[in-house]
Ligand binder design. Structure first.
Ligand SMILES: Nc1ncnc2c1ncn2[C@@H]1O[C@H](COP(=O)(O)OP(=O)(O)OP(=O)(O)O)[C@@H](O)[C@H]1O
Ligand SMILES: [Mg+2]
Length: 231
């Protein structure tokens, strides 16, 4: 690894325990995970179903908080940030691509990609360029005016990916981003991730079981029962 500079993400002994209201046994979804992720790294988080991949990504993205330990985003301890400050970091610095892609059903594909750019106050011209170029790089520019319910699951996934990267984030966090794509569309998505990692030194942290994804990674963090078994 040639990367120098402040880490994008740092997990320091991060754990997440879920306790059920009914008083069942607590679930230790993530246990004492420490990892440092730098700009320009493509990291795959692998491990069997239930090993804590999604929970760990939620911690890194500050959509969930650790029960113990600490997460830092670009050097800032997340626990010290207000809810608004966390939302602002996600908007400005992180592209999120979760398997529930959360496209807004009331907006067209292009409007979905545009929304976070508009919230950031970019000019109309810059927004148009970025929306078009992101959709085009994912091969869905011709679907720009369609609403999500008129798109296939894989097309929705690609629109969500366009939305995640159109803002030129410092980091992309993706949960099984190729799960609904055929091998060709999956390869195109991975080409784009790799290009952004090398061209813009974006950090990519992607949870996946897919051997095609793992083969592209600079680094694989393997979880089992919430703990790192290989990095
Ligand atoms: N909100 C929750 N409440 C209780 N338990 C949870 C919650 N979210 C996750 N878990 C549990 O935490 C563990 C890790 O779940 P997680 O979703 O992180 O696994 P995963 O590695 O992403 O699995 P998959 O490959 O199936 O997506 C599992 O045992 C799961 O049942
Ligand atoms: Mg998961």
């Amino acid at each position: 690894m040639t990367s120098i500079g402040a880490p994008v993400f740092e997990a320091r002994g991060a754990s997440r325990t879920f306790t059920e209201h009914g008083g069942g046994a607590p679930v230790h979804a993530v246990r004492g995970v420490s990892a440092t992720i730098h700009p320009g790294e493509f990291v795959v988080v692998a491990g069997p179903s239930g090993s804590g991949k999604t929970t760990f990504l939620h911690l890194l993205a500050a959509v969930d908080a650790p029960s113990a330990g600490e997460i830092l985003i670009e050097g800032q301890p997340v626990s010290a940030l207000s809810r608004n400050a966390k939302a602002e970091i996600r908007l400005q610095r992180i592209g999120l691509l979760f398997s529930e892609h959360n496209l807004s059903p009331a907006l067209t594909a292009a409007e979905n990609v545009d929304l976070p750019l508009a919230l950031r106050g970019l000019s109309a011209r810059e927004r148009r360029e970025r929306v078009h170029s992101a959709l085009a790089r994912l091969g869905v520019a011709h679907l720009a005016r369609r609403f999500p319910d008129a798109l296939s699951t894989g097309e929705q996934q690609r629109v969500a990916m366009a939305r995640a990267v159109a803002g030129h984030p410092a980091a992309l966090i993706g949960d099984e981003p190729t799960a609904h794509l055929d091998s060709e569309a999956g390869a195109a998505l991975l080409d784009l991730v790799q290009a952004l990692v090398s061209e813009r030194r974006m950090a990519a942290v992607v949870a996946s079981h897919d051997p095609a994804v793992i083969a592209r990674a600079d680094r694989v963090i393997r979880l089992r029962d919430g703990a790192v078994v290989e990095d």
